[in-house]
Write a protein that binds this ligand. Structure first.
Ligand SMILES: [Fe+2]
Ligand SMILES: [Fe+2]
Length: 187
């Protein structure tokens, strides 16, 4: 149900160049927040920063750059920063991200927060980007998310390997995130 309505929303969005630009700028903001979140969470930990985590951080930062560049291409001009004017649903997006991060971190504790927050985000990202890619393919707009989706799939696999065995917790946290997403997403 939710998938069909998001698909319909994206099909309409892609047809409206200015709205599409603002949507991609929002994705840029969320990718940047994800990247920043990884950096901050690692700074607070006593653990050694691994190559895998650095790679993850770098890829999310690159996704933020990718969507910013694509947003500006669609807009035909610079979209500096993430403002109310140049970003779709800026406040709901910020609230969604902040609440999810805080709620999951509180539930699993600081040591596991990176893995669980990442896992839940990657599930949503892979889901959304797949629907988005399908909507793009059905449109005449030239944009492919295939390499980005491959990287998100890699993150999902890594995070699933780290904590996905706890299926009971995965179901509970996923349900929690879905409620937040529904309340902040397009209707
Ligand atoms: Fe990403
Ligand atoms: Fe990712």
């Amino acid at each position: 149900m939710m998938e069909a309505s998001v698909h319909a929303y994206l099909v309409r969005l892609i047809a409206d160049r200015e709205a599409h630009a603002k949507f991609m700028n929002m994705l840029s903001m969320l990718e940047h927040m994800g990247s920043r979140k990884i950096m901050v969470s690692q700074m607070h930990k006593q653990e050694t920063l691994t190559e895998d985590t650095l790679k993850h951080l770098a890829e999310e930062a690159r996704h933020a750059y990718f969507f910013k560049r694509q947003a500006e291409r669609a807009a035909g001009h610079a979209l500096d920063g993430w403002t109310e004017e140049n970003t779709t649903a800026r406040v709901p997006a910020l609230m969604y991200f902040g609440r999810m991060d805080a709620g999951i971190s509180k539930e699993v504790g600081d040591d596991l927060a990176y893995y669980w927050v990442s896992l839940i985000i990657e599930l949503r990202a892979c889901w959304l980007y797949r629907i988005y890619q399908e909507a793009l393919e059905a449109s005449d707009y030239q944009l492919s998310l295939k390499s980005l989706i491959a990287e998100e799939d890699g993150h999902l696999e890594e995070m699933f390997g780290a904590c996905g065995a706890d299926t009971q917790r995965l179901r509970a946290l996923s349900t929690y995130e879905t409620e937040l997403f529904k309340n902040s997403g397009p209707r």
